[in-house]
Ligand binder design. Structure first.
Ligand SMILES: [Zn+2]
Length: 178
């Protein structure tokens, strides 16, 4: 089921979300929520969505940029439950023009680590460890921020103000020329 996406100003977007109980992962509540998140992300043409964005304060993230398959910026669809950053590049950064389904119509440049390793539980409750780079890493960090009540507009580079977007676009935009 496609769910409404909360927008900036809603108090749930500013709360730290609690972790999901491992025993609840196979149950209908979490499995249904994960299905709704994927469906809502795809319907909104996003590449990432965190559960608090649809009003469910839990540490759940869905991601995927499968339309860019074959391109350097494509990455597989993935469900991440209780993601924990194991490491990230601290000196090597990337800057992407970010947008957010919860901040419709706005985008801005955000510097983030270029690479990271994350540990999480998948939709079956199995522990996974994955290394991510580039847009996938930036997307994970953007979504993990949502779990801690942080929005990309808190982290803007340069003029420190978001710029209006002319048209609705995916959660992240491609940099100029790519
Ligand atoms: Zn977002």
């Amino acid at each position: 089921m496609i769910r409404p996406i909360l927008t900036d100003g809603h108090p749930l977007l500013r709360k730290v979300a609690p972790p999901v109980n491992l025993l609840e992962i196979p149950g209908p509540m979490i499995q249904g929520l994960l299905r709704d998140m994927m469906e809502t992300m795809h319907a909104a043409h996003g590449i990432g969505l965190a559960a608090p964005q649809i009003g469910s304060p839990l540490r759940l993230v869905v991601m995927g940029n499968v339309k860019a398959d074959g391109g350097a910026r494509g990455f597989p669809a993935r469900v991440l439950i209780n993601p924990v950053l194991l490491s990230q590049t601290t000196t090597i950064l990337q800057t992407n023009r970010e947008g957010c389904l919860s901040v419709p119509g706005w985008c801005g440049d955000v510097a983030r680590p270029l690479g990271l390793e994350v540990q999480y539980l998948d939709e079956k409750g199995a522990t996974q460890r994955v290394k991510m780079n580039g847009l996938e890493a930036a997307c994970l960090l953007h979504e993990a921020d949502h779990l801690d009540g942080i929005l990309f507009i808190d982290k803007l580079e340069g003029e420190k103000i978001a710029q209006p977007r002319l048209v609705a676009r995916p959660e992240f935009e491609r940099p100029e020329g790519q």
